[in-house]
Structure formats: C-alpha cells, structure tokens
Design a protein around this ligand. Structure first.
Ligand code: KIV
Length: 265
C-alpha cells in the first residue's frame, strides 16, 4: 500500500510522549510553502486566529466557513509534508451533530485537509465522536477557547482544574487524535498531558505538553497588535517589511528604480 505523502493521523498520535510535535498556523500558500519547505514542521493549522492576524478583526467570531475553506485550500496547496488541520469556525458546528458533519465534510472535500479542529469541552464529545465515526479526524481545543471569549469574560488563563481535565478526557475519549490546550498554568498542562492518551498541543500551557503551537504571524514578528505572554517572536519581520518598503519608496522617488537591468529594450 502506498504511504500518504504527509504525516498521518496515526503517526501524529504515535508521537505521544515522544519527540515534541511542532505545530504552526498558516493562512496562505506562500507561508505554508515556506514553513513546510523547512521540513521542520509536523502540522500546519489553519487557525481561525486568521480573523485577527489576517482580517484585522478584534475576535475570531466573524470568521466564516467559506473563509476558512478559502484559506485552508491555499495552505493545502503549499504543503507537502505537514499534516494540515483546519479550524471549524464559530457557528459552523455548534448547532447540531448533523450541521457539524455536513460542514466538516465540506471542509475536507473542498480543501483536501486531513483533519478539522473544533473548540469545546465535554458538551461537544458526542459531536467529536460522530465526526470520527464518519472518518473525519478531529483535534480538540480546551482551556481558553477564543470562540467563547465573551462567555469567558476575556482572554484569561484558565484555572478550573476539574473542568479542564473533564473536558480534555471527554474529547480524547470521544476519539479526538490530539487536543490543543490554551492558556493553562504549566502544572495543569502537565496533568492533562499525563491524563489523556493522545498528544496535547500547548499554546500558553507550559513545556510539558506533547507539542507546541504558535500563530505564524506572532512567531515571525509580523503582527504588531497585542502580543500574549506565551509568544516568543523568532524574527522581527515587521521591521524587515517596513524597512524594505521605505527603501523601495526612496528608490522610486529618486528614480533609482527601475535600473536599466530591470527594464526592457
Ligand atoms: O486559531 C488558532 O490559531 C488556534 C491556535 C492558536 C491553537 O486555535
């Protein structure tokens, strides 16, 4: 049997407790191609955080299923090796199990992604199970759930140990192949990681998770909005972009661009 070209869901699960899993968000072809081309990324997540870092909105709530399909399709086209997971946006799966199956199947058919991610704790366990039973791999997301920002009263560290453990155990028990843990104290990230059978992917959940995820725009220092405490910018592309624009602008104004080599005879 031929091997799928990218990391598979069972391979992802097999990384539990082993070498940490590297996850980054991407929203377009060029970024996906650059990130995946390093060979250093296990999983590209098309996160609905693109609502803030790409669309400039205050929250992720307005991101639509059509927009997620548009971005995911570009990321899939730019990816050879990483497992591509697409976020199901707010309102696309909460209504009923039927709605979740219909929209997750549409996401997979329209984009070629390998899996979907959805936010939600134990109340979504039956949704996760139904999707998995239909052959749709699901990554869970518990702790701080940005789609519930108004219910949670803001983007805060989540400290209700029992609730978060129950949420993660229910979602993993329902068949999720991994669970994102967002904004938890380090010890709680460790407890959940030890409690569930599938990899945990932390964002602001400490070093003991089975893997880590960062929003690509934050990691590269491209986004100059609010920077959460858990972000480590590995580059300052914001300055590189602005410096390049200023140099181009100066060259145009000085008629130093284009040169004869950059012109046609
Ligand atoms: O939307 C997103 O980018 C996410 C990650 C931050 C986990 O859900």
């Amino acid at each position: 049997m031929s091997k799928l070209k990218s990391l598979t869901v069972p391979e992802f699960v097999g990384r539990k407790g082993g070498e940490p899993i590297v996850v980054i968000t991407a929203a377009d072809y060029t970024m996906a191609r650059l990130m995946d081309g390093t060979g250093a990324v296990d999983c590209l997540l098309v996160g609905d955080s693109l609502g803030t870092v790409v669309q400039g909105r205050p929250t992720t709530l307005a991101v639509t299923l059509d927009q997620m399909i548009y971005h995911t399709e570009m990321v899939v086209r730019g990816t050879q090796q990483a497992l591509v997971v697409a976020d199901m946006p707010f309102g696309s799966y909460q209504e009923s199990i039927e709605q979740a199956i219909r929209n997750a199947a549409r996401m997979m058919q329209a984009t070629g992604c390998t899996a979907v991610k959805l936010e939600g704790g134990r109340h979504f366990a039956s949704t996760v199970k139904a999707l998995v039973d239909c052959g749709i791999p699901v990554m869970g997301h518990v702790g701080l759930m940005p789609q519930s920002v108004h219910t949670m009263g803001g983007y805060r560290v989540q400290r209700n140990e029992q609730k978060i453990l129950d949420d993660a155990l229910s979602i993993a028990g329902a068949g999720a192949f991994g669970v994102v843990l967002e904004c938890l104290p380090t010890e709680l990230g460790q407890r959940v990681t030890e409690a569930i059978q599938v990899p945990t992917i932390g964002i602001g959940a400490g070093v003991h998770c089975d893997g880590q995820v960062l929003v690509g725009h934050d990691l590269l220092g491209l986004f100059d909005g609010h920077r959460p405490k858990f972000v480590r910018p590995y580059a300052n592309l914001k300055d590189v972009v602005q410096e390049s624009i200023k140099r181009y602008s100066a060259d145009v104004r000085a008629r130093a661009f284009p040169s004869s080599e950059e012109s046609f005879r």
